[in-house]
Write a protein that binds this ligand. Structure first.
Ligand SMILES: Nc1nc2c(ncn2[C@@H]2O[C@H](COP(=O)(O)OP(=O)(O)OP(=O)(O)O)[C@@H](O)[C@H]2O)c(=O)[nH]1
Ligand SMILES: [Mg+2]
Length: 306
């Protein structure tokens, strides 16, 4: 080592050998490089430091931005966010719906990050997002962002534990966040417990709520249907003349879509040439003729005439 390196350089070198933290090592090396006198005699030292920095940067895990962990990219036919107080069974429900094995615990905040799973509902996939508990004391901005972007919200309360208060608190938060009421679905979990059943009988008089049990699988199938309905989507199958219908790959459309908008989605050119459509019933050869303003229904089979 050339003698003309400043004493701080050796001090930093000592620190460098003491730490195992990659980021810290990089910072120390950068400091060493900064204080290293720049002349011919130190060229090799400088080169070595640069090489070390480059090598460490390669092994350093990419920093995940805060916003990225708290954001869930939409997938499937729609995104449903489960919100509720601690321990209501949000994760147990996600596991029951999506066949996942996320961690369940009898203590609050078992779930700390939004965690997506996919629910296979008949022939479509719906994204379910499990979340940490939502309470008057814990209502972070990122949870609000998720609630705003979700296509629908399933509020899950714990029927064993004063569900009415829980529901009022969460409804208040959603109201403050300006979440449309139409996009909220309510379920109460743990109806397998006696106390849960008692509370459910009381609460159902004032709220539209479905009593379920993820543990005993009570009304879980019914909840799946309600989840699908909460998305306000329909599945439509295009049919080609004399060909079998592909029921595995429906078009997903918004409820209320007119036939002509469906035609446009398939092929914009067809709109001008559109002459009508044959509307078939499932499992039948019967059909009726419908026009451009016909409002499509879930599972309509449509043969477009152009
Ligand atoms: N009796 C009964 N217990 C349940 C049911 N579903 C969940 N539990 C229990 O309730 C506790 C909490 O379950 P979780 O699924 O972790 O609840 P969570 O809402 O995800 O909890 P946090 O992530 O902490 O907000 C666990 O001890 C579960 O075994 C149910 O249907 N019936
Ligand atoms: Mg959880």
């Amino acid at each position: 080592m050339p003698a003309n390196l400043p004493p701080q350089f050796f001090e930093l070198q000592r620190k460098l050998n003491q730490t195992k933290d990659i980021q810290e090592k990089i910072e120390i090396l950068q400091e060493m490089l900064a204080i290293c006198p720049k002349h011919k005699g130190t060229e090799r030292v400088q080169e070595e430091i640069k090489k070390k920095i480059a090598k460490l940067k390669r092994v350093q895990p990419k920093k995940i931005k805060r916003e990225e962990i708290y954001f869930v990219k939409k997938e499937g036919a729609g995104q449903v966010l489960i919100l509720g107080p601690p321990n209501s069974g949000k994760t147990s429900l996600t596991n029951a719906l999506c066949d996942t094995n996320f961690k369940v615990g009898d203590y609050p905040f078992t779930t700390q990050l939004p965690t997506p799973g996919m629910l296979k509902y008949e022939n479509i996939l719906i994204q379910i997002v499990d979340t940490p508990p939502l309470t008057g004391d814990f209502k972070p901005g990122w949870l609000k962002n998720l609630a705003k972007q979700a296509d629908s919200i399933l509020v899950l309360v714990d029927l064993e534990n004063n569900p009415e208060n829980q529901l009022k608190e969460i409804k208040q938060i959603l109201n403050d966040w300006k979440i449309e009421k139409e996009k909220i679905l309510i379920a109460g979990n743990k109806i397998d417990l006696e106390k849960g059943r008692e509370n459910f009988e009381k609460i159902k008089k004032d709220f539209e709520i479905l009593g379920i049990s993820t543990k005993e699988k009570i009304k879980v199938e019914e909840l799946k249907r309600k989840i699908f309905e909460s998305l306000k989507i329909i599945r439509v199958y295009p049919k080609e003349p004399k060909k079998e219908v592909d029921f595995e790959n429906p078009f997903i459309l918004k409820r209320g879509t007119k036939l002509i908008d469906f035609v446009k989605e398939i092929n914009e050119e067809w709109v001008k040439r559109f002459k009508g459509a044959k509307l078939y019933e499932k499992n039948s050869r019967n059909f009726k003729i419908v026009g451009r303003d016909y409002i499509l229904n879930d599972e309509d089979i449509v043969e477009i005439k152009i």
